[in-house]
Design a protein. Structure first.
Length: 426
């Protein structure tokens, strides 16, 4: 009997170690779930509190006339200070759950956020901060993050570029440029109810997955926390927008997201750079396409317009279904239409997280699809508009015939009236 027990002891020890490992994984997963849900609750409370003091905030806000802006696609005048609730929720959540106690990543990241966040907040409060000034603030936040962390983009997974990036000065300049551009990119996609929040949420969840695969538990927790507070804001931003991120929220979340990218690339050498680019694909693709398009027509790259893909999709939805005054429906529906195209590159990036060659190929495919979507959307919308115009003219002719109109002038007047009843979509 004693010999049998001695023979079974190693097996029992292995079994005990396995049980302990499983219990540890369960405890970690439960802890991350509680972190996510509690951060979500904190964000919801912060957003609700901000709405509660909306009238008091009006005393500190100058008129902005956002409804007449060239890029306007919303209805009504929601508060533009949702970024306060998101960043405040992030600060409270990190402090409450002790992330700041175990490492300096969260507090240093929030500290580097201040220049671009405060500059964006000044714009949200009606201080008329120019786009160039906001870009400079984003660059200053990027340089502050480089100084605080001692981290920059370590490589590109392109041999020729990597040789140049072996010089720290070159790598730091590229890092500051990339961080600045990405902050502005998130602000550019903040054009529809829930769009920017959906982009940030899907990307943050993608980073959490890759960080977990790369054994970067702290970055995974911080990514989950960012996703949670953004989802809390999303409840107040879609389908009906009672809060907007504003420049403070868009630039602030962009800074958080891009530095999660850089920290993950720095701490986990096995993570493919193009896979990380896939996870933040939508803002990157939009800003690169915008810069190239504006250079092609010799327009300012910092001035707003109505030629982003999400704006084209909204106008196409108006032409197809909702008509001239359909923004109340077409605005939130645009986010739903684009969500699969936003999420697919993120999922691909997670699946190819350690395969740079395949990730570069996927990035090229998605970039080609994004570029092709612009002219295809415009062409389809114009085709439908011509079809509708002919239909309206046919109705005018039918009315003229049934009314026995005898003069061409009367028929032309009726055609004009039909067109006035169905004006082109803005």
């Amino acid at each position: 009997m004693g010999r049998f027990i001695r023979q079974m002891r190693p097996s029992c020890d292995v079994m005990l170690q396995y049980v302990r490992a499983v219990l540890f994984v369960w405890i970690v997963e439960i802890a991350m779930l509680l972190l996510f849900l509690s951060s979500l609750l904190i964000s919801i409370v912060a957003c609700a509190a901000l709405l509660g003091v909306g009238r008091q905030l009006g005393a500190f806000t100058k008129p902005r006339n956002d409804a007449v802006a060239v890029q306007c696609s919303h209805v009504g005048s929601p508060l533009r200070v949702g970024g306060i609730a998101v960043i405040l929720g992030l600060v409270v959540a990190t402090g409450f759950f002790g992330i700041t106690k175990s490492s300096t990543i969260a507090p240093l990241l929030l500290l580097s956020l201040l220049p671009v966040f405060l500059t964006g907040l000044a714009e949200d409060l009606g201080q008329r901060v120019s786009p160039c000034a906001r870009i400079v603030a984003a660059a200053f936040s990027a340089m502050l993050a480089v100084a605080l962390f001692g981290v920059w983009l370590p490589r590109s997974d392109i041999p020729v570029v990597d040789q140049a990036m072996s010089f720290p000065l070159v790598a730091i300049i590229l890092t500051v440029t990339f961080s600045t551009g990405f902050c502005h990119a998130v602000n550019l996609v903040d054009g529809m109810n829930g769009l920017a929040a959906s982009v940030v949420t899907t990307s943050a969840l993608g980073f959490a997955a890759v960080a977990t695969l790369a054994a970067q538990s702290e970055l995974a927790s911080l990514s989950l926390l960012l996703a949670a507070v953004t989802i809390g804001f999303l409840l107040f931003n879609w389908p009906v927008a009672r809060l907007f991120l504003g420049d403070a929220g868009a630039y602030g979340l962009g800074h958080m997201l891009v530095w999660l990218t850089l920290l993950l690339a720095w701490n986990a050498s096995e993570v493919a750079i193009p896979a990380l680019a896939l996870i933040i694909f939508w803002p990157l693709a939009d800003v690169v396409h915008t810069i190239m398009r504006r250079f092609a027509v010799q327009a300012s790259i910092v001035q707003p317009d109505r030629m982003h893909l999400h704006q084209k999709v909204r106008r196409a939805l108006d032409i197809l279904w909702f008509g001239y005054n359909g923004r109340r429906c077409s605005n939130p529906l645009t986010t739903l239409v684009l969500l699969p195209f936003i999420a697919t590159p993120v999922i691909t990036g997670v699946l190819l997280w350690d395969k740079p060659g395949a990730a570069w190929f996927a990035l090229g495919v998605f970039s080609s699809i994004f570029a092709a979507a612009h002219p295809l959307t415009t062409k389809h919308a114009k085709l439908q508009r011509r079809v509708q115009s002919r239909r309206f003219e046919a109705v005018a002719v039918a009315r003229a015939t049934s009314s026995s109109l005898s003069s061409i002038a009367q028929g032309s007047a009726l055609v004009g009236q039909i067109r006035a009843d169905h004006p082109p979509v803005r």
